[in-house]
Design a protein around this ligand. Sequence first.
Ligand SMILES: NC(=[NH2+])NCCC[C@H](N)C(=O)O
Length: 406
Amino acid sequence: MISLNVTSEVGQLKKVLLHRPGLELEHLTPKWLNQLLFDDIPWLKRAQEEHDEFKKILEDHQVEVFYLEDLVSESLSNKQVKNQFIEQFIDEAGVINKQTKKKLRAYLSTLNTKEMVKETMSGIPKTKLEGVRLVSLKERIEDYPFITDPMPNLYFTRDPFSIIFDGVSINKMHRNVRERETIYGDYIFTYHPSFKDKKRFYERTEKPSIEGGDILVLSKKVVAIGISERTNPDAIELIAKSLFESSELEYVVAIDMPKKRAFMHLDTILTQVNTYQFLVHHDFLKKLNIYLIRRGSKKDHLVIEHKEETLKRVFSRLLKNAITMIPCGANDAIASDREQWNDGANTLAISPGVVIVYERNTITNKLLEQEGIKVIPMASSELSRGRGGPRCMSMPLERLDVGEYE
Ligand SMILES: NC(=[NH2+])NCCC[C@H](N)C(=O)O
């Protein structure tokens, strides 16, 4: 049994889930790039080297790293569950034609479990099922090269499911292209011997979308959630209710954000770097529309209070300590936008005051050091092309509680 424990953004990291980018990145083509939520095509070999460096930094700091494909494969050890997974995958990939389904089923069943899982992640090009005549009208007329789409955003393990306290939210993704990523989390948390039977706060079958990049666990009592391009206010109400029901949570702080790609998730503009220090994009230093959500007096009721206030004030009050906000890119308007775009604000704290950052964001990184933060830079030329940084690329499974080691 693995115990899930995430009660802060900065408590010493013990266990984390990553996905080493695979062939799915080699399936990005210029024609379908935007649809797949990429701005450019990373070079896989270098992206993997950068990712391996990320893993090494974590392991050098005594963090145990789990890979998504391993956990999924381990969840499919029962043959019936594996077959059910293959059926669900084919179905959700949108394959309708019976013969195509049969071809796919036969192909995936011949692979060993880990290879099969990787194949579902990387996308299956038509050419892969060579020797088999492509029968469906769709396959014959369309120039689209895949039978099942690649999932290039999988290395952003932060998004499809989120560990909150001792449970998990299996997220409902906003865009079609990321929706199938949550199948993996669903299987892990249903069938993996170490992960089944955990509390579940949200299900992928819910209608309103919520993504992990918008969820920041600030303490046992306070969770911040971005109302963003990807996370819908209805989803925030639903998850707030289920968190209030089965945890000590007192406040969900819903932060209204511009609905645009540059700020797709809350963690693209705001991450916590130390117990009382945050890194934030300069546009968000001003007063914002913030909604404080609390338990209502009747079951299933919420009290929602609107504030036009700065994050600094709201967080200082709720975390009962003076918070410092460090501006990403310092106070230079050009650097702030440039570095935020390349995930300068998206740091991963491995303990209070120790953060992994992309090396390319030199101005932000220097400022963090001046503010007393220990910065561990990692290479990022290729990984950053997917628009996500160290926080997006990691899903903490276990952190020590803040205070447990101070
Ligand atoms: N937590 C995050 N900020 N994740 C970044 C995800 C980037 C990815 N290309 C997307 O658009 O979905």
